[in-house]
Design a protein around this ligand. Structure first.
Ligand code: 13P
Ligand code: SF4
Length: 334
């Protein structure tokens, strides 16, 4: 890993951000990462590159170098609209593939190819083909947290922010049953709110499955008036104890709009740090779990990816074209 020196010019461009993040980083730590923020931003401008950063990125990435920040749906929508030549995806592999599917002519860089996802690992294209053979004429709704090959075999994609909408839209088109893959908890949480029958696949997120209803009960005893927000990848018994359910962007909006005195998020740790930095009047209580895949993305790896323009996401053109149909159908329905 290269070491970059801190100097007055870097201090001038990064000090305003440090004021916002001084609760998260000591001054010494900041001076070791600020040169990366400075150099990444310089290179981005030079190469007409844009950084799409998921809400689970650490604050140095999220605030320091992210041009577009948000949930999976928002990042996909912004990728589709982007005029940049290069997209650096700061999130996990399936998100970079979604950008490549939507922008096949752009260079999509993934700072660490090992940043995967337990949900994407839970299902293969062959599994979808077998499901379709077992349940003919039943549409397959596939969570975006999957590979391009899996999307290519699916009828429509969904994210945590539009899953219910997509299932209901299929219901309105006359489908009384749909298959939802690969997250069993997201499927069960949607099933609780729709009249459409849902056939589930037994995948789960290794981060959200670790939360329990007891975490919420204990937090309510300890922190009076706490508002609990949960991501729909959490088990249904956790959702039942929470005050609000939503995608990462929906949770972020809820805090922005409601400014509760204190809040706890049943989701990944960095999301609480980013919300705390943006909402200094909200006391964020930590009950988070770390996603080891998201945490593979670091400032030095982002800089390396921009400098070398690698590793790049490449998808077979035929698979990409078929996956695009499922992603486009989702964007149209949402
Ligand atoms: P969002 O679409 O809500 O950002 O979720 C993505 C994800 O991977 C959550 O674990
Ligand atoms: Fe995948 Fe869960 Fe990590 Fe999201 S938090 S990327 S669903 S493993």
């Amino acid at each position: 890993m290269q070491t970059l020196a801190y100097n007055d010019e870097i201090a001038k461009t990064t000090d305003p951000l440090y004021e916002k993040l001084s609760r998260q980083y000591s001054r010494d730590h900041w001076e070791s990462i600020a040169p990366y923020i400075h150099e990444i931003n310089r290179l981005k401008a030079e190469k007409n590159a844009v950084i799409l950063a998921h809400n689970y990125m650490t604050p140095d990435i999220f605030f320091g170098v992210g041009d577009v920040v948000g949930d999976s749906l928002m990042l996909a929508q912004k990728a589709a609209e982007s005029t940049a030549d290069i997209i650096v995806q700061c999130g996990v592999h399936f998100m970079a593939e979604t950008s490549k599917i939507l922008c096949p002519d752009k260079k999509i860089l993934m700072p660490d190819m090992k940043a995967g996802c337990s949900l994407a690992d839970a299902i293969t294209a062959a599994d979808i083909i077998a499901l379709k053979e077992k349940h003919p004429n039943i549409p397959v709704v596939t969570y975006v947290n999957t590979s391009a090959e899996v999307k290519a075999e699916s009828d429509v994609c969904c994210t945590s922010s539009n899953a219910l909408k997509i299932v209901n839209a299929l219901g309105a088109q006359g489908h009384d049953t749909v298959i939802m893959t690969p997250d069993m908890y997201l499927a069960q949480n949607v099933a609780a709110e729709t009249d459409v029958n849902i056939i589930i696949w037994e995948g789960s997120c290794i981060v959200h499955e670790r939360f329990s209803p007891q975490d919420i009960i204990d937090a309510r005893k300890e922190h009076e008036g706490i508002v609990v927000l949960a991501h729909p990848e959490c088990p249904p018994n956790v959702m039942a104890e929470a005050d609000y359910a939503g995608s990462t962007a929906q949770m972020d909006n809820y805090i922005k709009e409601h400014q509760p005195k204190r809040a706890m998020l049943m989701t990944e740790c960095s999301m609480s740090d980013n919300i705390a930095a943006n909402n200094p009047n909200v006391d964020m209580i930590g009950a988070c779990q770390m996603c080891p895949y998201m945490k593979r993305i670091t400032l030095p790896k982002i800089l390396q990816a921009l400098q070398s323009e690698a590793p790049e996401i490449i998808i077979d053109a035929e698979i990409s074209k078929r996956a695009l149909k499922a992603v486009t159908r989702m964007l149209e329905l949402s």
